[in-house]
Design a protein around this ligand. Structure first.
Ligand SMILES: Cc1ncc(COP(=O)(O)O)c(C=O)c1O
Length: 401
């Protein structure tokens, strides 16, 4: 019999895409759905970026590029990271790829060995690809619970207790998907003090939401003394410039960059050539449109948090960044007699046409944390208000029943 490997059969996934398929099928059957599922800006890519890609195609920039990326883009990224992270980044330390996502797997491959018991710490709840890639690449996943009582920041004592000589990599993600939490400088400093006690411990800093910090400035752990050397800074143009489908992300680390580039050679060869010019235009062109998008996310955050908190059975913290909220719906589940957040999500979708994700899509539930759902508020204010109206009605009707 032709068989599929155990590694592939057990591969995790990003449930946003699974639920999105379900949502699109319902929409194609004529169901009216307010969609809070997918983490991508609802704006179009700015025109000057599109024009840069069109020009690149017309100029014949259509062949392979060097695996780490075109020199102009690597230089622009180095300049951008140096300015925004207040460190000195060398263009040679920058590698470009098809989105930020591939760097998760590449980094794990670069710093752990298969089946040797190398451990990788990652946030839970968290972006599901972290755990999936850790397991698929033969390392040991060690989840770090992010708790509501700590504003979904790290429990530093717990972190300390989980780091050992076997730990090769700590994954950080701030602003965070799915909670929207932002790590402040004090917490990053405490994490950096813990990490620096270990010689062979890397930090993967997933900063794809770095421009979506709503209340104060963005801080990268790489900016702290002694941390740049061991930190792989990862960012991209997907979320900042409404360019999710263009697939351009980048990573920077002096020591790792040649190895990351070799992984690019072994997989995709290079990122799409014209799209690298689009990313170059995005980083070096006028920032007004991107800044406007970021401001609209802040406004929407305030609307969705205020409105969710008016609904019986729902409690929502006001997160500092990204375009996600992670309200607690334990009481709402009890009110409508849903056994958990996943049943609540399904009924909300089918009965009321509101699409969200539930906590089980972001890792194992942490004991005592209750039930949560995730909203991506990268959708219009009209949609946000309509979605909220439907949820309120869903709870009221089902409560009576
Ligand atoms: C935390 C996190 N990291 C990485 C990515 C992937 O970004 P990209 O589109 O650059 O691959 C996402 C996308 O949702 C994300 O939420």
């Amino acid at each position: 019999m032709l068989e599929i490997s155990e590694r592939t059969r057990s591969l995790g996934t990003e449930n946003a895409f699974v639920v999105l398929k379900e949502v699109n099928e319902l929409i194609s059957k004529g169901k009216d759905i307010v969609n809070f599922c997918i983490g991508q800006p609802d704006f179009d890519t700015p025109e000057y970026i599109k024009q840069a890609a069109i020009k690149a195609i017309k100029d014949g920039k259509t062949g392979y590029t060097a695996s780490p990326g075109i020199p102009e883009l690597r230089e622009a990224v180095a300049k951008y990271l140096s300015e925004t992270r207040k460190i000195s980044v060398n263009p040679d330390s920058v590698v470009v790829s098809n989105g930020a996502k591939p760097f998760i797997g590449y980094t794990i491959l670069c710093v752990t060995d298969y089946g040797k018991g190398d451990e990788v710490l990652y946030p839970n709840p968290g972006f599901p690809i972290y755990e999936s890639q850790i397991v698929a690449n033969g390392a040991k996943p060690v989840p770090l619970p992010l708790l509501e009582s700590k504003g979904y920041s790290f429990d530093l004592e717990y972190l300390k207790s989980k780091i050992s000589k076997k730990t090769r990599l700590l994954i950080l993600n701030s602003p965070h998907n799915p909670t929207g939490a932002v790590l402040d400088r004090k917490t990053l400093k405490a994490i950096s003090d813990i990490v620096q006690e270990y010689e062979n411990l890397w930090v993967f800093s997933d900063e794809v939401y770095s421009r979506m910090v709503h209340d104060f400035g963005f801080e990268s752990i790489a900016s702290l003394p002694g941390m740049q050397e061991r930190t792989i800074i990862v960012d991209g143009v997907s979320k900042t410039y409404a360019m999710t489908g263009w697939r351009i992300g980048y990573a920077s680390n002096e020591k790792l960059s040649p190895y990351l580039a070799r992984w690019v050679t072994n997989t995709d060869s290079c990122a799409a050539h014209p799209n690298q010019y689009a990313a170059l235009a995005a980083l070096t062109g006028p920032q007004d449109e991107s800044n406007k998008m970021m401001l609209s996310f802040k406004r929407r955050r305030d609307i969705i948090v205020d409105e969710l908190n008016k609904i019986e059975g729902i409690k929502c913290l006001r997160p500092g960044g990204a375009f996600y909220v992670w309200p607690k719906v334990t009481e709402a589940c009890e009110l409508v007699k849903a056994k958990d957040s996943e049943e609540f999500r399904k009924r909300l979708l089918h009965d009321s046409g509101v699409a969200v994700l539930s906590d089980i899509h972001f890792g194992h539930r942490n004991k005592g944390e209750g039930e949560h759902i995730r909203f991506s508020y990268a959708t219009s204010e009209i949609n946000i208000r309509e979605g909220i109206r439907r949820i309120k009605q869903f709870i009221e009707v089902n409560k009576k029943n």
